[in-house]
Design a protein around this ligand. Structure first.
Ligand code: NAD
Length: 259
């Protein structure tokens, strides 16, 4: 299927590794003109080159921290009028809520709620003017079914989800969609770090924990960044214009509810 986004400008945040990289690669395969950002130059440049070689796409790599106003300004200076915006940032650390003070909460809310909102605010009027816009926020399955040790993530992302539910309905008539893509367990550095922390706090072997978790997923495997990216690209497609304000869970069936 031709997704109809060849030549569209896409800004993909936190895209040097993991799910963000998966999204960038899938959009590049569809012919989007990419700007990707992450904090570490070396891995980011290597990812940009990998995507260019794999797809022939134009890729601009910007070293920036998406959670700072300066970082977002640098990204927007390189790609001021994106047609597609994929919001992503590292997730908050796991832990016990008794250990988190105001600073930890403010950091989490800034990274996983305020930063995507600021990027949407900076780009959405351009999308409205061009009568095409696709925003995908990478959030978490924890929005739908909270994960106890990821309380900072549960809380901060719920704030973004509530805001998007309202905003998406305000802009839908301009062919601008905003949706959230909720990863379950995907095999990335983030997942490995979460397992390491869980194993440490429970005094358990990390590989044992990894296998136990895998067996709990009805698909009997973890997700891949490639399949996450392909889904994201479809949500950014011309054909997905009637999909907005949704929280799409990709979790291999792990969420046990009927709806
Ligand atoms: P990852 O650690 O594999 O990759 C994170 C990417 O974000 C890297 O490219 C990193 O350089 C970049 N990054 C981190 N902080 C940044 C910042 N402040 N500014 C710019 N770039 C930044 O993580 P992932 O697994 O791809 O996770 C992506 C998001 O999805 C995270 O918010 C994570 O919490 C969430 N998530 C992941 C899973 C999973 O199973 N992998 C599950 C639920 C939610």
């Amino acid at each position: 299927m031709d997704l109809g986004i060849a030549g569209k400008k896409a800004l993909v945040c936190a895209a040097s590794k993991g799910l963000g990289k998966g999204c960038a690669l899938a959009l590049a395969r569809e012919g989007a003109v990419l700007t990707i950002l992450a904090r570490g130059r070396e891995v980011l440049e290597a990812t940009a080159e990998e995507i260019r070689n794999a797809t022939g796409a134009r890729v601009t790599a910007i070293v920036a921290d998406v959670t700072t106003p300066e970082g977002r300004a640098a990204a927007l200076a390189a790609c001021s009028e994106p047609d597609i915006l994929v919001n992503n940032a590292g997730g908050p650390p796991p832990g016990d809520f008794r250990d988190w003070g105001e600073r930890e909460w403010q950091t989490a809310v800034n990274a996983n709620m305020i930063s995507p909102i600021m990027l949407i605010k900076a780009t959405i009027d351009g999308m409205i003017g061009r009568r095409f816009g696709r925003v995908v926020n990478i959030t978490s399955g924890a929005v739908k079914a909270p994960i106890a040790m990821l309380g900072l993530s549960n809380g901060a992302r719920a704030g973004l989800t509530g805001f998007i539910a309202g905003l998406s309905r305000q802009v839908a008539k301009h062919n601008v969609t905003i949706n959230n893509l909720l990863p379950g367990a995907f095999e990335t550095d983030r997942l490995r770090a979460t397992f390491a922390a869980a194993a440490k706090s429970a005094g358990r072997d990390v590989n044992e924990l990894h296998e136990e978790r895998r067996r709990q997923i009805p698909a009997n495997r973890f997700g891949s960044a490639g399949e996450f990216g392909a889904f994201c690209a479809f949500m950014c497609s011309d054909q997905a214009g009637f999909l907005t304000g949704q929280n799409i869970l990709l979790d291999g069936g792990a969420y046990p509810g009927t709806l």
